[in-house]
Design a binder for this molecule. Structure first.
Ligand code: CDP
Ligand code: MG
Length: 150
């Protein structure tokens, strides 16, 4: 079982697409174990996007990500990190495959609706940035018996 951080970015909130994107995660049988709407500060943006802070496009990204609320979630499931990344699609909405969230809803390199952790270390790091342990609601999904053995 893995956990990954998902952010529904300000464009997703403003375009009223949260429900459809969350619906895809639920349809896949993934388990949402934490969720909140919040406004990202420039300080939090720099922490989350630490690997990109020096890039010439970072100031624009910070402006975008702090421009309106976003929804942060922890999503759990077997191989959830890879599975969610594949559902999200390539960074640029114009290049993302049809069937992915970005491929179906975005035509932008920056305003691409959703963030998902790109590996086990990023998942742990990013979950720690956005959530305290007490905000995580563990439960046993009754669906699980139909998803995988054991
Ligand atoms: O989100 P993902 O891991 O697919 O892409 P990234 O290369 O780690 O970049 C993080 C985020 O920065 C992207 O999702 C875009 O929102 C934004 N970005 C941007 O504004 N301009 C770029 N040239 C590349 C990425
Ligand atoms: Mg990335």
């Amino acid at each position: 079982m893995e956990r990954t951080l998902v952010l529904l970015k300000p464009d997703c909130v403003q375009r009223r697409l949260m429900g459809r994107v969350i619906g895809r995660l639920e349809d896949k049988g993934l388990n949402i174990v934490a969720m909140k709407l919040m406004r990202v500060t420039p300080e939090l943006a720099k922490k989350h996007y630490a690997e990109h802070v020096k890039k010439d496009w970072y100031p624009e990204l910070e402006k975008f990500i702090t421009s309106a609320p976003l929804a942060a979630m922890i999503v759990e499931g077997p191989e959830a990190i890879r599975v969610v990344r594949e559902m999200v699609g390539a960074t640029n909405g114009l290049k993302a495959a049809p069937g992915t969230v970005r491929g179906d809803f975005s035509t932008s390199q920056q305003m691409n609706l959703i963030h998902a952790s790109d590996g086990p270390e990023s998942a742990v790091r990013e979950i720690g940035i956005f959530f305290t342990p007490s905000e995580i609601c563990e439960y046993t999904p009754t669906l699980r018996q139909w998803q995988h053995p054991g």
